[in-house]
Design a protein around this ligand. Structure first.
Ligand SMILES: NC(=O)c1ccc[n+]([C@@H]2O[C@H](COP(=O)([O-])OP(=O)(O)OC[C@H]3O[C@@H](n4cnc5c(N)ncnc54)[C@H](OP(=O)(O)O)[C@@H]3O)[C@@H](O)[C@H]2O)c1
Length: 376
């Protein structure tokens, strides 16, 4: 067996046996024979014999994290910095509107990113999706198109595009494997968003097919964590519930209302786990097929809401408003593919919700909350 094959086996066995989160820094440590940074520069990391090419992620790489102030982008920045990456490129929406091809091309020409995390987008919960389908479709299709095209034009070595579990058909069999894409009608409450996200996957695949660009895609499940959007109209389930219970406690309200019936089942993943998976895939995955990223575990909305209630405002009564939409009945990803590659999530839901609420109570700036920061 060659030295390279030994190394691949070593990486795979250490990841699976230890169940530790796998980062590019860890890949580099393993690829330098188990020694920490300061050894030789990272060589290519390839944990799968079938990968046709390899892409290392050296510590001095120029890495563009689009949407770096958002839930996912800010987690990626934290993870990359912690792993020792210094050359991180960012731009706020005011500095660079990613829907504008000319501006994006100009920015790529000036900044020459080598690796791109295509994370920016118009994102929100059921309420926002239902109220603003045009924005969800137009903004996301434009952002995907401009960044993918500029990445091609300016020779980006590798791009990781983030889709969403919303891409799957409403009646997809559960847990949802990657093969279920385009097998049936979409969930109407987020159809516009899902169509844009599917177009993003297909765009990356088309550039890979036509131009051999190393553009890959990951499909994350529902996320939560620091820097989430806590807007009551635009936010996702966890952020909205944390804020509702917290503000009810401050006001002394004894009742909190959540949308729908509470019976749909949802999978939730802490955004730090997603950031870890993104680095893992960027460092190691070079195949055409996209990859689900989740925990593979789901809970009813009621269970999730009760856990947050117990954490934030244990005296409150939780009631559901069945006149509001439930969304999909069940949505849990089959995560066999990413498990087989050697990555697993590591943050338990109860711990993740607790640390997110701790963050919410101490944060100086909370997205979607315009009043003064909530008191502890
Ligand atoms: N949140 C989830 O549960 C979830 C689940 C699955 C997949 N995803 C995917 O993960 C990605 C990130 O989601 P997120 O939750 O991190 O969203 P987010 O918190 O709303 O952040 C979105 C980011 O995109 C940036 N952005 C939006 N429009 C832009 C534009 N026209 N030009 C430049 N920047 C723009 C925003 O920039 P500013 O800060 O400057 O406004 C913001 O930083 C999306 O692709 C989403 O589909 C999210």
């Amino acid at each position: 067996m060659t030295k390279d094959k030994d190394l691949k086996k070593l990486i795979r066995s250490r990841m699976v046996e230890s169940n530790e989160p796998y980062t590019a820094a860890r890949a580099q440590m393993l690829s330098s024979g188990g020694h920490s940074r300061g050894g030789r520069a990272a060589g290519p990391v390839d944990v799968d014999d079938e990968n046709s090419s390899t892409a290392s992620l050296p510590l001095d790489a120029r890495i563009f994290v689009s949407g770096h102030r958002g839930l996912v982008g800010s987690a990626l920045i934290r993870k990359l910095r912690a792993a020792g990456y210094q050359n991180l490129l960012t731009a706020t929406r005011d500095q660079l509107d990613l829907r504008d091809q000319a501006a994006v091309s100009y920015w790529f020409r000036a900044n020459r990113p080598e690796f791109v995390f295509l994370v920016a987008g118009t994102v929100g919960g059921i309420g926002a999706n239902t109220a603003r389908p045009a924005a969800f479709l137009y903004d996301n299709m434009m952002i995907h198109a401009t960044v993918v095209q500029a990445s091609h034009d300016f020779g980006v070595k590798k791009l990781l595009y983030l889709g969403s579990s919303c891409i799957y058909p409403r009646d997809a069999s559960q847990p949802i494997t990657e093969e279920r894409l385009l097998e049936g009608p979409l969930e109407p409450t987020n159809e516009a968003y899902a169509i844009a996200k599917i177009a993003g996957i297909k765009l990356c695949e088309a550039y890979r097919t036509q131009y051999s660009d190393n553009f890959i895609s990951a499909m994350p499940t529902n996320l939560y964590g620091p820097d989430d959007n806590f807007d009551l109209a635009d936010g996702h389930l966890v952020a909205m519930l944390i804020r509702r219970f917290h503000e009810a406690r401050l006001r002394g309200d004894r009742q909190v209302t959540a949308w729908g019936t509470g019976t749909p089942r949802r999978e939730l993943m802490h955004v730090d786990d997603l950031a870890d998976a993104c680095l893992f895939l960027m460092a190691t995955y070079d195949r055409p097929g996209f990859v689900n990223v989740g925990t593979g575990e789901d809970h009813t909305v009621r269970q999730i809401a009760e856990t947050i209630r117990d954490l934030v405002h244990p005296d409150a009564e939780l009631v559901f408003d069945p006149t509001k939409p439930d969304g999909m009945r069940r949505k849990v990803l089959d995560v066999s593919r990413i498990h087989a590659l050697g990555w697993r999530h590591s943050i338990d839901l109860a711990d993740g919700l607790r640390s997110t609420y701790d963050w919410y109570r101490s944060a100086i700036r909370i997205r979607g909350v315009t009043q003064s920061p909530p008191a502890a």
